[in-house]
Design a protein around this ligand. Structure first.
Ligand SMILES: Nc1ncnc2c1ncn2[C@@H]1O[C@H](COP(=O)(O)OP(=O)(O)OP(=O)(O)O)[C@@H](O)[C@H]1O
Ligand SMILES: [Mg+2]
Length: 274
């Protein structure tokens, strides 16, 4: 059975992840309600991607418990995987296939029943507004179009919970706006729960219902954007970030261009798509 009623869509309870000596996640707990857009913020290396990897069953937790759509990531990995969509930090589509072929491929590998595939694809194409670019090779699509194609792919199994790791990195303001608008529509139309990471405070403030700030593997603050700003008696989310992490956001590299992880990710993309 999946989560219903008042049960949270995501429940993280005392989560610890160690890589040898390094404690990447040091006892994190939070819950996300069905249909909520929850944003994870935090400096580079804070542990955001590691938390997502646990919740998507790619990484076993060292300690603690995590439930996704009511299923335990340790004991019910298959059920968790059937309930989620995951869009990783680096681009994951095949540049040599058309947008349509990419979608069709994802539908097959995620086990969408054959007779439902067509209908699910049509639905995902509409939701992400992909119709004009279906016949184009993925390598000729812009970053924003690629992101929307990836999100469409992740929607084919009608996930209860969607995980997006920095979905707007490297996108221009128009493409960013479009991605967020589509994500919010998804919440409204299908009640999809969304967990998203971003380094852009303005996006977090405008598009997330609630936020969690991760710093050095700990959840140091959480709440609705307006609540956080009021609680700290400041004007902006940037100031909240500075207060709770002890560092201004500029010093931890929120600039998309020039961040090594993004440069690496974008190079991987270029290699893959080229
Ligand atoms: N497979 C791994 N082996 C060893 N250390 C790892 C591994 N994966 C992540 N780490 C370390 O765990 C810490 C958390 O990394 P993580 O990728 O979760 O950070 P992040 O918050 O997603 O950062 P960013 O904003 O740069 O994406 C970092 O110190 C990182 O170097
Ligand atoms: Mg990350």
């Amino acid at each position: 059975m999946s989560a219903s009623g008042a049960d949270p869509a995501l429940l993280v309870d005392g989560l610890v992840v160690r890589f040898g000596q390094l404690e990447a996640v040091g006892g994190v707990s939070f819950a996300v309600a069905p249909g909520e857009v929850f944003g994870l913020l935090g400096p580079n290396g804070a542990g955001k991607t590691t938390i997502i990897r646990v919740l998507t069953t790619l990484l076993a937790p060292t300690e603690g418990r995590a439930l996704v759509a009511g299923f335990d990531v340790r004991k019910e990995g298959l059920a968790v995987r059937a309930s989620i969509g995951y869009i990783p930090q680096a681009i994951s589509v095949d540049g040599a296939l058309t947008a349509y072929e990419n979608l069709d491929f994802y539908g097959r590998v995620t086990g969408v029943p054959r007779r439902e595939r067509r209908e699910r694809m049509t639905e995902a194409i509409e939701t992400m507004e992909l119709a004009p670019m279906l016949d184009r090779l993925a390598r000729t699509l812009s970053g924003g179009m690629l992101r929307r194609l990836e999100i469409a792919s992740a929607l084919l199994n009608r996930p209860e919970v969607l995980f997006l790791d920095e979905p707007t990195v490297g996108l221009d303001p128009t493409a960013r706006g479009m991605v967020w608008e589509r994500l919010q529509a998804l919440g409204v139309q299908a009640g999809t729960t969304i967990l998203v990471t971003t380094h852009v405070m303005e996006e977090a403030e405008r598009h997330c219902d609630r936020l969690g700030v991760i710093d050095r593997g700990r959840l140091v603050e959480q709440g609705a954007p307006a609540e956080l700003v009021a609680r700290h008696g400041v004007e902006t989310l940037e100031e909240v970030f500075t207060t709770v992490t002890g560092r201004p956001i500029g010093e931890q590299g929120n600039e998309d261009e020039g961040r090594l992880s993004d440069v690496r990710a974008q190079r991987r993309v270029a290699r893959r798509l080229g």
